[in-house]
Design a protein around this ligand. Structure first.
Ligand code: ADP
Ligand code: MG
Length: 592
């Protein structure tokens, strides 16, 4: 059952290839021979070629010039590539080296393809990383070999093969790219070590948070604002560097960078308050992204958040499948059962409730909430409204009455941007004010104010938070087929996944940062369906299964074709995609 292990496949592929690989001259000969022929003759170049210093593997040849580009790999043995073990020993370093080499390959391609025509004809490209350093399949490194996976637009005029151009690309340009991008000696040594040490420090710091009683750390001098809403690079002009309030300042000894001070955000309930435009959301956004490592120069290299931190927001219009939202939503006017709530069109408050319960089901340890994207009636119900609309006529128990129970009963912390309601002072452990982009610890003042002006509202949260009951997703409710294809899954940027004929809208899942994460999640949904959805396993058990397989065998377990555009994702985002599949059916929620 299921797919054979990736490592096994790869070994076999290599053995069979060893015997019948051609040389670079053979490839050139074929390309010259098919020059001017119809495009399908390009299939003749499928296979493997031994170049001086590396092996080229042509895995997939596109069917026509307008189809998705061809998929190729190069494998450079470590005897030639020459990476010292300390550049890839340990998970952090291996991931960071692979990321660094992907960028190096990308930059080299960009230089070279500048000399060729436009369009996809003549394209040589590798998957492009953004500001985050993520595990990816574009470059793989181990003790034996460095493997790069890239795409090529095999050149044509009309539908006729431009074989000589192709020979220049593959036999002249490619060796130069390999030479200057993949060899240790050709790379900038300081930049390379800086990259892997940055990632290693961030991972180490993240691993220390829990034992220090923190959910996040924001380093002194960090640059949080971004260039624009669509440009994730650091703000260039006028960025105010981060500076910790003395009372929240902690010091850490990083393995590479040494002593580092910063603001520690403690576990529990933390409010971020402050006037409009004073940098509250910017801080929260940095915490959202702090579940990932960032490249040197990003400004957020040492902004690090608990790996289990999940951004929560309202998302009206989304579908919900059998979620027990009863901790937040009681009897609805249409009589729907909120212990097992399904809808094709959730409201602001019910969607936010579902987002929280689903995050808890997937194992979230920290919730990140911004008033800008929260449903007001979900966050707060004040004294006057309680008097006008009595509890019996209001299905919603606001978050303010549940946020402490979440921490006390489940150990789940919340960091909440809330400039609009001081009632939250009563439930907060820590209150941070952002003032002109700098944080101040105002916990004591907020407490004093809460003492002085007692809140007149009455708590509505009851004795306990309520149960989080895992659901059992049903395999048959995931249909990856489209037209004649049994499995057709594709991604559209960081916005959506097309799973068969179903579009999964992920625009509100804000901790997805790389389009290739969506490729991988799309494949992972199918993988989970094939391997783990047996009508018995619960959603968290299925997530465990998939994530364990990724840890053990790598991302290739999701796609046997050795593709270069898979990027690691978290269990929360995998769950988020499944939860947003409109055909999803579940069983096993509480039947009360
Ligand atoms: P709030 O959520 O408090 O209303 P935002 O976080 O949205 O405010 O920030 C408002 C503006 O200030 C944004 O354009 C943001 O990029 C900018 N900004 C945030 N932090 C800084 C900073 N440290 N230095 C300079 N500009 C910043
Ligand atoms: Mg804001």
């Amino acid at each position: 059952m299921g797919l054979p292990a990736h490592g096994h496949l790869r070994t076999i592929a290599n053995m069979s290839a060893q015997s019948n690989a051609g040389t670079d001259n053979d490839l050139r000969r074929i390309l010259n021979r098919i020059d001017g022929k119809g495009y399908p003759a390009y299939k003749d170049i499928l296979g493997e070629y031994e170049f001086p210093g590396f092996r080229l593997l042509i895995d997939h040849v596109q069917g026509d010039p307008f189809a998705a580009p061809s998929r190729l790999r190069v494998r450079v043995s470590q005897q030639v590539a020459g990476y010292p073990p300390d550049t890839f020993s340990g998970g952090s370093r291996r991931v960071a080296l692979s990321d660094f080499l992907t960028r190096s390959f990308d930059v080299t391609c960009a230089h070279l393809s500048g000399r060729r025509g436009s369009g996809k004809s003549g394209l040589i490209a590798i998957d492009q990383p953004g500001q985050a350093i993520l595990e990816r399949t574009s470059v793989l490194v181990d003790q034996e070999v460095v493997e790069a996976r890239f795409i090529v637009g095999l050149p044509a005029r009309g539908r006729r093969i431009l074989g000589r151009q192709a020979a220049t690309m593959l036999c002249d340009d490619l060796p130069r790219i390999v030479e200057s991008a993949l060899r240790f000696s050709a790379n900038n040594r300081a930049a390379l070590y800086g990259h892997i040490q940055t990632a290693e420090d961030a991972d180490w710091l993240r691993s220390q948070l829990a034992s220090r009683g923190l959910v996040a750390f924001v380093a002194e001098g960090a640059v949080l604002p971004r260039r624009s809403g669509v440009d994730d690079r650091p703000l260039r002009d006028g960025a105010i560097p981060f500076h910790s309030p003395p009372s929240l300042r902690v010091e850490v000894h990083l393995p590479n960078a040494g002593l580092q001070a910063g603001m520690g955000i403690p576990t529990g309930v933390t409010l971020i308050v402050g006037g409009g435009y004073h940098g509250k959301s910017t801080l929260l956004n940095a915490l959202e992204r702090g579940v990932y490592n960032h490249i040197p120069g990003d400004g957020r290299q040492l902004v690090v958040t608990d790996e289990g931190a999940v951004k929560i927001r309202a998302e009206d219009g989304r579908a919900v499948a059998g979620v027990d939202i009863s901790p937040f939503i009681g009897s609805l006017p249409n009589g729907a059962d909120t212990h097992r709530f399904s809808t094709a069109n959730a409201s602001g408050s019910t969607s936010q409730a579902a987002n929280i319960v689903e995050a808890l089901e997937a194992g979230a340890r920290v919730l990140l909430v911004d008033e800008d994207t929260a449903a007001t009636n979900f966050m707060i119900r004040d004294h006057r409204m309680q008097e006008l609309i009595t509890k019996e006529r209001e299905p919603i128990t606001p978050f303010i009455d549940k946020v402490r129970q979440l921490y006390d009963e489940y150990g789940v912390s919340t960091v909440l941007v809330m400039g609009g309601s001081g009632d939250y002072f009563d439930v907060a452990d820590t209150v941070i004010a952002m003032e002109a982009y700098l944080p101040r610890d105002v916990t004591d003042q907020a407490r004093a104010i809460a003492q002085k002006y007692r809140a007149e509202r009455s708590p509505e949260g009851g004795q306990r938070f309520g149960d989080v009951t895992p659901r059992v997703p049903l395999a048959r409710s995931l249909d990856p087929s489209r037209g004649r294809r049994e499995v057709k899954i594709s991604a559209r940027g960081v916005k959506s996944i097309l799973f068969g004929t179903n579009e999964i809208d992920l625009t509100a899942v804000e901790q997805l940062v790389d389009p290739s994460q969506l490729n991988a999640i799309g494949q992972a949904l199918y993988y989970a369906r094939q391997r783990y959805m047996d009508g018995q396993r619960t959603l968290p058990q299925i997530l465990d299964g998939v994530m364990n397989d990724l840890d053990r065998e790598g991302l290739d377990v999701l796609d046997r074709r050795c593709v270069g555009d898979l990027v690691r994702f978290r269990r929360y985002e995998l769950a988020a995609a499944l939860n947003r599949l409109r055909t999803l059916h579940v069983v096993g929620a509480t039947n009360r």
